[in-house]
Design a binder for this molecule. Structure first.
Ligand code: ADP
Ligand code: MG
Length: 322
């Protein structure tokens, strides 16, 4: 079982970013209003994520740490959302098998919380503690027991950037949640809960927000929202290029090509402007077998998708230029 968890961990966890992704997604699923992410050394030394979500009842914590334990199947009605968010109940046991892992959790209706410490897959301690309601997950010294994987971790700066970019994306998609992020004891950002995507966008982009146009384009089951840089602000190296498909954070070259095509059609060649793009499509357009822990996605008809993204951006940019 321990070995299976470690093998599974290889699929779920490649680097600190994967841990942050799984744990933050759990916090969002738990209905958290406040999520705090603390890192040491790009997450290689420590990742601590604190939420004020629903918590885990004390008699269910150990179960949640077993493979294929998920409390979420009933919450999701279609297989698409199930598959795309990877609700498979493998994240926590995988993470606990390759780290010094501590979970503390307390549902609101429970007086005391429970703390469990697992050291590279071995249960070390289990005790009652007093704590605010919610869940704290602490992951220390990842891959110390898997030297080959430890060797593949990149510099602190690289691991930090992966996590930072992901958290910015999450903060946009979940603007109603407050996100607080610190690295090596220094606060990186603290975004308070907002009522609209636009407000959160302003928090993140600051004064540069005036160089963006809001997107809102629909055709059939295709819907495009978000923000795209205006031509005058287009830079060779966009500081923001964030894409979501059906709520899932992806890095997709089809959408990227669509953006490029839009700007080429409008003005300058070879230029890609900063953009934050939320694409919604009929779930049947997307290959759900793409691995849930990866950020790639496959469309059955990439050409049409690229075209729709391009048109959606062109319309918005054209309107605001003229
Ligand atoms: P999954 O998210 O696929 O269900 P995980 O291994 O990520 O599997 O988590 C296992 C279970 O632990 C979840 O189904 C949920 O019930 C519980 N859980 C994990 N994190 C939290 C959290 N932050 N708040 C409340 N419950 C949580
Ligand atoms: Mg999960």
């Amino acid at each position: 079982e321990d070995l299976i968890n470690q093998i599974k961990a290889g699929e779920v966890v490649e680097r600190p970013y994967n841990i942050v992704k799984e744990v933050v997604e759990n916090s969002i699923d738990a209905g958290a209003k406040n999520i705090q992410i603390e890192l040491l050394d790009g997450g290689k030394q420590l990742i601590r994520i604190t939420d004020d979500g629903c918590g885990i009842p004390e008699n269910q914590i150990l179960t949640a740490l077993e493979r294929h334990a998920t409390s979420k199947i009933n919450k999701f009605h279609d297989l698409e959302s199930l598959a795309s968010f990877g609700f498979r109940g493998e994240a926590l046991p995988s993470i606990a098998s390759i780290s010094n892992f501590t979970i503390r959790s307390r549902p609101q209706n429970q007086e005391m919380g429970k703390e469990i410490n697992i050291n590279y897959g071995n249960l070390l301690s289990e005790k009652e503690i007093s704590m605010p309601h919610g869940t704290v997950i602490q992951v220390k010294d990842i891959f110390t027991n898997v030297p080959v994987r430890l060797k593949f971790l990149k510099s602190t700066a690289t691991e930090f950037t992966h996590i930072h970019d992901f958290l910015i994306a999450m903060a946009l998609a979940n603007y109603h949640i407050s996100f607080r992020f610190s690295h090596n004891g220094r606060e990186v950002f603290h975004y308070h809960s907002k009522k609209t995507l636009k407000e959160r966008f302003h928090d993140i982009v600051g004064v540069d927000a005036k160089d963006f146009v809001e997107l809102n384009y629909s055709r059939g089951s295709f819907n495009l929202t978000g923000f795209a840089g205006l031509p005058k602000s287009a830079k060779q190296n966009p500081s923001y290029f964030i894409t979501f498909v059906n709520g899932r954070y992806v890095k997709d070259k089809i959408i990227r090509s669509g953006v490029l095509q839009a700007y080429q059609g409008l003005l300058i060649k070879g230029l890609i402007a900063p953009a934050i793009i939320f694409v919604k499509v009929n779930p049947s357009w997307v290959d759900v077998n793409a691995h849930p822990s990866k950020t790639e996605i496959r469309f059955y008809d990439p050409a049409s998708l690229q075209e729709l993204v391009s048109i959606g951006i062109q319309e918005a940019v054209k309107d605001s230029v003229h």
